[in-house]
Design a protein around this ligand. Structure first.
Ligand SMILES: Cc1cc2nc3c(=O)[nH]c(=O)nc-3n(C[C@H](O)[C@H](O)[C@H](O)COP(=O)(O)OP(=O)(O)OC[C@H]3O[C@@H](n4cnc5c(N)ncnc54)[C@H](O)[C@@H]3O)c2cc1C
Ligand SMILES: NC(=O)c1ccc[n+]([C@@H]2O[C@H](COP(=O)([O-])OP(=O)(O)OC[C@H]3O[C@@H](n4cnc5c(N)ncnc54)[C@H](O)[C@@H]3O)[C@@H](O)[C@H]2O)c1
Length: 466
């Protein structure tokens, strides 16, 4: 195949990769490859649409529980098509506009709407990037190819229909009964979305609790809340063995414990695999690690000279704020040059995360078990939302925060919150850990607005036995 184009830079993936070319790259010829919807996971099938659905579910939950506050509200009905239209009526034009901007208004950029793979290097050392009908030769490449949903063979091989995050948000109607497989981030966020909007939700997890990667107190409390008053039909310690379509409509999911669940739709949320295995990276000498991630150094450099990687395809954190950070680092390093001796580093010291389920969860730093396993001398304080005035205002009975610090120094090691607005409430601790402030500095070196929810953190910090 003859080269269709020779470029200075090729970018694989238009999620975080799309943010690399700005005016500082105007003098470079750039090829951008995207095999799917322009804009990547977060915009189209991830963070942003899910949170727009989550917010609608929150409003419904609030109305359903207004009576606890003396407000006699209820949910009359949910207009699912209107919700879908609100979400994608906003998102789809952003994706289309992003593509149109790159295609029509960036003279130095060519968009290839195709799957691309490496095919070694040419005689001049340029990377050969091959699509079904194009060959692009590039001096430098950024791999920002993201990750994809995995589906256990026990489900994919049955031939029965199932959904993933890619299509479940565009269902034509709200299912009366949704079955969710997996007990992680995506499973618990969608369980909240569909449960909040009125579906009867069953959730199947292999382990003894939901959200097991989180601090064990958070995971235990969350699982208990999910089981409380049969909010969800929670099936633990079991796995899917078979799925069949029923003659009368719907599906039957058989479980390893001998039971089965009937439902109208099945959502699979059992983890995401980095896309590096679909890039023929062996042809340029780049390896994947045991988790399938593209191996790169803390500057984003892979083993192949001038090939960089960032985001879900290579990062230990499948989170958009991490992908964004890594994109900014790689972008700066591209401008500095591969050989530069002052390249920027990925900062993975204090990576926070949040689960926008119900109740919401936020976390940063070590879990208590991790800190104990490291033999650190720690002090831990758990403080209930209900201990502070705003918690009373919300009549909250389940929320709490846990702060972990080093005894003697007061160094903050971790914070884990379950409760309304946890992803917002946690931010002062992320900031304190990032800037090296001690527990006492954070507690007493600033005002805490009274009577706002972060007072729960203030009290927890003051309660630590440093
Ligand atoms: C349902 C869901 C909810 C989420 N919610 C959150 C959240 O609330 N907060 C958060 O921080 N994170 C969240 N995430 C994670 C977040 O979306 C990802 O970490 C982030 O989008 C990764 O960005 P990226 O740029 O690495 O990859 P992506 O955005 O996935 O971009 C990679 C792009 O590369 C393309 N591509 C891959 N291989 C090829 C190829 N060979 N040829 C051409 N194109 C290719 C893909 O089509 C894709 O568009 C969520 C994820 C999901 C699935
Ligand atoms: N709010 C957020 O930041 C957010 C939201 C959604 C997704 N994400 C990111 O996307 C990633 C992927 O989400 P996810 O929920 O798919 O993954 P996850 O790792 O959070 O959870 C996967 C779940 O599937 C289970 N599982 C794995 N293999 C299985 C199998 N063969 N059979 C049955 N169960 C199986 C695991 O035990 C676990 O409970 C997350 O780890 C997170 O980094 C982030």
């Amino acid at each position: 195949m003859t080269a269709t184009q020779i470029v200075d830079l090729a970018i694989i993936g238009t999620g975080s990769g799309n943010s690399i070319p700005d005016e500082r790259f105007d003098d470079k010829s750039i090829a951008v490859f995207e095999e799917n919807v322009y804009g990547g996971t977060c915009l189209n099938v991830g963070c942003i649409p899910t949170k727009m659905f989550v917010y609608a579910a929150e409003v419904a939950e609030g109305a359903r529980h207004g009576h606890r506050l003396g407000v006699n509200s209820r949910v009359d009905s949910v207009d699912w098509p209107a919700i879908v239209q609100r979400v994608f009526g906003r998102i789809d034009p952003i994706s289309a506009g992003g593509r149109e901007y790159r295609e029509e208004r960036c003279a130095n950029i060519t968009v290839y709407s195709a799957h691309v793979e490496f095919d070694g290097r040419d005689a001049d050392g340029r990377y050969r990037l091959v699509t079904a009908d194009a060959l692009v030769l590039a001096d430098e490449v950024v791999i920002a190819a993201g990750s994809r949903a995995t589906v256990p063979p026990a489900i994919s091989e049955c031939g029965a229909p199932y959904y993933t995050n890619n299509d479940v948000m565009r269902l034509e109607r709200l299912p009366d009964r949704l079955i969710v497989v997996g007990g992680g981030y995506i499973a618990t966020e969608f369980a909240h979305v569909f449960g909040g909007l009125g579906s009867a939700v069953s959730i199947i997890a292999r382990g003894p609790a939901l959200l097991r990667k989180l601090d064990s107190d958070i995971s235990t409390r969350f699982t208990a809340v999910a089981q409380e008053k049969e909010k969800w039909d929670v099936r633990l310690n079991t796995d899917v063995t078979n799925v069949v379509e029923l003659d009368e409509g719907g599906i039957r999911v058989s479980l390893g414990d001998g039971t089965h669940i009937d439902g109208d739709a099945l959502l699979v949320a059992t983890g995401r695999r980095p896309n590096g295995d679909r890039l023929n990276l062996g042809s340029i000498g780049v390896e994947l690690d045991d988790h399938g991630r593209v191996v790169c150094d803390p500057h984003g450099r892979t083993a192949a000279s001038h090939v960089w990687a960032l985001g879900d395809v290579s990062s230990p954190y499948q989170l958009k704020h991490v992908a964004n950070h890594e994109q900014r680092v790689v972008q700066a390093n591209l401008l500095k040059g591969w050989e530069s001796d002052d390249l920027l580093w990925f900062d993975h010291r204090h990576v926070p995360a949040a689960v926008f389920t119900h109740p919401q969860i936020a976390t940063v730093g070590l879990t208590e078990d991790e800190a104990r396993d490291m033999d650190l001398d720690i002090t831990v304080k758990v403080q209930a939302y209900g201990d502070v005035a705003y918690g009373w205002a919300m009549e909250d009975t389940t929320g709490f925060c846990k702060v972990i610090a080093e005894r003697g120094t007061g160094r903050l090691l971790g914070c884990h919150i379950l409760g309304p607005q946890a992803p917002t409430v946690i931010q002062p601790i992320i900031q304190a850990m990032s800037f090296g402030q001690t527990a006492h500095d954070v507690a007493r070196g600033q005002y805490w607005i009274h009577p706002a929810m972060p007072e729960v953190l203030e009290n927890a910090l003051l309660g630590l036995e440093i």
